[in-house]
Structures are given as structure tokens and as C-alpha cells.
Design a protein around this ligand. Structure first.
Ligand SMILES: [Mg+2]
Length: 97
């Protein structure tokens, strides 16, 4: 199974937007910071890789929730900000094939 960033954002919107909206932007941002803290903690404590993966997934989910509340398409924003890197990636992919 694979998902684009846009699909991840839709998954999180479908599952959590109601709760995110009720919680509000600032409290959702605090949750994102909390999850970043958890990620730092599991890495710092050299916890098993599976726990690090879970915390990374949490950070992504909360980041996407923030983007949803701000009505920002994160995939679009990423491509806009990192266009040159994205273009280099696609060029290198063509070279390999
Ligand atoms: Mg967590």
C-alpha cells in the first residue's frame, strides 16, 4: 500500500477534521509539538525502530492536521518550496530508467 502526501492529508481530514476543528488551531499546534517531543524522546532513548516509526507517523499526522485547519495543500506547498529538488529528483529518475 502506498499513499501520496495529498492522499495522506485526505485520510487525516476524513478521520480527524471534525475533532481538529473543534480543538482549534493553537491546541492542534500544541499536539504537534507534543508529538515532536515524543519523537525526540524515543530517538534520544534509542528506543526500537518501530517506536521511532510510530512517532514519525504521529508527527506527520499532526502536521497534516495543522495544514488541514489552515486549508493548505501540503503537497502543493512542498512542491512550491522545494521545486528545484523535486525537478532534480524527477530528472535523476529518468536517467536511471
Ligand atoms: Mg506519539
Amino acid at each position: 500500500m502506498s499513499l501520496t502526501l495529498r492522499e495522506i492529508q485526505e485520510v487525516i481530514r476524513n478521520a480527524y477534521f471534525h475533532r481538529d476543528y473543534a480543538r482549534g488551531l493553537w491546541r492542534t499546534l500544541l499536539w504537534l509539538v507534543e508529538e515532536l517531543g515524543e519523537l525526540v524522546s524515543v530517538i534520544n532513548k534509542e528506543k526500537p525502530r518501530e517506536q521511532i516509526e510510530e512517532e514519525l507517523a504521529d508527527v506527520l499526522a499532526w502536521l497534516v492536521s495543522v495544514a488541514n485547519l489552515l486549508e493548505i495543500d501540503l503537497e502543493k506547498a512542498f512542491i512550491k518550496k522545494y521545486r528545484e529538488d523535486v525537478e532534480n529528483y524527477f530528472k535523476s529518475q529518468k536517467r536511471v530508467k
